[in-house]
Design a protein around this ligand. Structure first.
Ligand code: GRF
Length: 199
């Protein structure tokens, strides 16, 4: 199985997938790491691991769909079976979702459907939530709204800052994202009526 990972930032989740693949735990190959930012640290992590990288600048495309068409062209060229969003700060267009329906996963730093959006950890803290967590889900046209594959809770401590809470959420992310990829690669994930069944 060929995997592509799309990142905009640090890429610690990418690193967790790289490490899991290198340890032989995933039965798949990361064939491409893509970014919408040339300066993404994730690209350095990929290069260090000997993985091909492509960075495309959204500003040089006519619009969001034109950009996504270019991304999808790179994916199909390399016969990518599964697309992983890992800190990818763009909302996919219906074109992209349609081209890879059921074959795109995302990791989100909260227990969806709670705290959707780009500031999930901060929002959970501000709301005074006792628990938050991390979720791996399939990507649909609805932002942070697709069928949930795996999730795990993280207790919020009274003295947590965004930084300390995020660090514990990340620990969970780095465990459940590779686990979800493994389930996909083993053909154990089925979506029925909007819910994921794990065989
Ligand atoms: C993660 O917290 C993920 O849940 C969110 O973006 C963050 C990316 O972190 N979608 P990293 O780049 O993988 O370190």
């Amino acid at each position: 199985m060929n995997i592509a990972v799309l990142c905009s930032g640090n890429g610690t989740n990418l690193q967790a997938i790289i490490d899991a693949a290198a340890s032989g735990a995933l039965a798949c190959r990361i064939v491409l790491v893509m970014s919408d930012r040339r300066d993404a640290r994730a690209l350095d992590r990929a290069r260090l691991a000997g993985i091909e990288t492509v960075a495309l600048d959204p500003k040089t495309y006519a619009g969001r769909e034109a950009f996504d068409r270019a991304v999808v062209a790179e994916l199909t060229k390399r016969r990518v079976d599964l697309v992983l969003l890992a800190g990818y700060m763009r909302i996919l267009t219906p074109y992209f979702v349609g081209a890879y329906r059921g074959r795109i996963m995302n990791i989100h730093p909260a227990l969806l459907p709670a705290f959707k959006g780009a500031h999930a950890v901060r929002d959970a803290l501000r709301a005074g939530a006792r628990q938050t967590g991390a979720t791996v889900h399939f990507v649909t046209e609805e932002l942070d709204g697709g069928p949930i594959v795996l999730q795990e809770a993280v207790a919020v401590r009274p003295d947590d800052t965004e930084e300390t809470l995020l660090a514990r959420v990340h620990e969970v992310e780095h465990r459940i994202y590779p686990a979800a990829v493994r389930l996909f690669a083993e053909g154990r994930l089925k979506v029925m009526a909007g819910k994921v069944i794990i065989a």
